[in-house]
Write a protein that binds this ligand. Structure first.
Ligand SMILES: Cc1ncc(COP(=O)(O)O)c(C=O)c1O
Length: 398
């Protein structure tokens, strides 16, 4: 091994090598098609349960039409950061659209959801402040807090009573408090209790930042996410999100008051020191936002699939945890069995994602499934048959 690999890294490398030798390593397999309900992986067609392309918009003809038009006009990329030449008319229109969707004064685009979380947190808090995180928030949030220099406190997942005990203590010690949650949790598929979070933040003088990654396009009457679901558009102070899920694309955003967004644009390193999103991506994402209004049937189809699939899996005997959305875990609770299950279902025809340590504790090992609006009933039924067959073989279900 090269000298670049430390002793701690060697352990990790040895584990990967063991999984490869046992033929149960299924990460980064070669994909050679678009991200549709069926996907070509290692030269074979598989039912796609690995993506976050929940609405299937990444291949929608109207989205692709706009992408092609923008490619013709602007080329591959815009060749600069947003403060230089990277803010085109298309970027401005998309920012305005998102500000409208979330009923905010302003919005700014970033190159990824990860960077949107880094930037939004760095612009909100710093040394002498504290971030109060749900224990299951996404890694981008944890990294954003580290970058900000503020202190960090974790509260038990979705347990607002636990948060309530932390808030008065934090208030006496810190200048400012920022509560941060995922709207929908990326591994469990449950959602945050926005009304209660709003009550607590008002009562204790805190601020609230929500990460709309898995909620936009999925929750709410119009698909406008968690604030839409609870009809509380003004409950969060800051909203961050990504285009990698609802649009199946790439890119992130932060929405909030105009003075805050302006401050972010001149202070957040994730925004300033990175090239701007390509206009062709911005054009496709803009159309995806329009589709939320123009073709609500995609969200309806997604929900019909979620309800059918969750019910079916539970009837078969799988533990799907607290999931209520397009993120569906099959809890297996054992690392090796999880990796083996994933390899076996892949061989039978389903492409899914094994989630093991360090992403979750070993006893929380699981397969993570992403339901799509474009899954047919045949896709869902066939997958459930495969899960049942393999689940029985590995004694995961009775
Ligand atoms: C909850 C959550 N937030 C943020 C991100 C980061 O988004 P992106 O992949 O677009 O950078 C993800 C992606 O995995 C996520 O699941």
């Amino acid at each position: 091994m090269s000298q670049l690999i430390s002793d701690a890294m060697k352990q990790q490398a040895a584990l990967v090598s063991t999984l490869r030798k046992a033929n149960i390593y299924t990460y980064s397999l070669e994909v050679s098609s678009s991200c549709a309900n069926r996907i070509m992986v290692s030269g074979k067609e598989r039912i796609n349960f690995i993506s976050n392309n929940y609405l299937g918009f990444s291949t929608h003809p109207k989205v692709l039409e706009q992408v092609k038009k923008a490619a013709d006009k602007y080329g591959l990329g815009i060749g600069g950061s947003p403060l230089a030449c990277g803010t085109t008319d298309l970027h401005y229109r998309l920012q305005e659209r998102i500000a409208q969707v979330y009923e905010r004064e302003a919005c700014v685009l970033l190159p990824s959801g990860y960077q949107a979380l880094l930037g939004s947190i760095q612009a909100t808090i710093g040394k002498g402040d504290v971030a109060l995180l749900d224990s299951l928030v996404h890694r981008s949030i944890v990294d954003g807090v580290t970058l900000s220099g503020s202190d960090k406190r974790m509260w038990l997942h979705n347990d607002t009573e636990d948060l309530e005990t932390l808030l008065p203590r934090a208030r006496s010690k810190y200048k400012r408090m920022l509560v941060i949650v995922d709207s929908v949790y990326s591994m469990d598929g449950d959602w945050a209790d926005l009304p209660e979070l709003y009550r607590l933040k008002e009562e204790h003088g805190a601020m609230l930042l929500i990460d709309e990654a898995h909620s936009l396009g999925v929750l709410g009457k119009r698909g406008y996410g968690l604030p839409d679901h609870f009809d509380m558009p003004h409950a969060p102070d800051v909203i961050a999100g990504t285009f990698s899920k609802f649009a199946g694309a790439v890119g992130g955003f932060v929405a909030g008051p105009s003075d805050f967004i302006d401050y972010l644009r001149h202070s957040a390193s994730a925004y300033i020191f990175s090239a701007s999103l390509p206009p062709l991506t911005v054009a496709g994402v803009y159309k995806s936002f329009e589709l939320l209004d123009e073709e609500p049937e995609w969200k309806d189809r997604l929900w019909s699939n979620i309800n059918y699939f969750l019910k079916g899996l539970e009837e078969i005997g799988f533990d799907t945890g607290p999931s209520r959305t397009a993120v569906v875990p099959l809890l297996i609770r054992d690392v090796e069995k999880t990796m083996t299950f994933n390899r076996m279902v892949f061989d039978e025809g389903v492409f899914a994602s094994p989630i093991v340590h360090p992403a979750v504790p070993p006893a929380e090992s699981r397969i993570r499934l992403g339901v799509m609006a474009t899954h047919t009933r045949e896709d869902l039924d066939k997958s459930m048959d495969i899960f049942k067959k393999v689940g029985k073989k590995l004694s995961i279900i009775p």
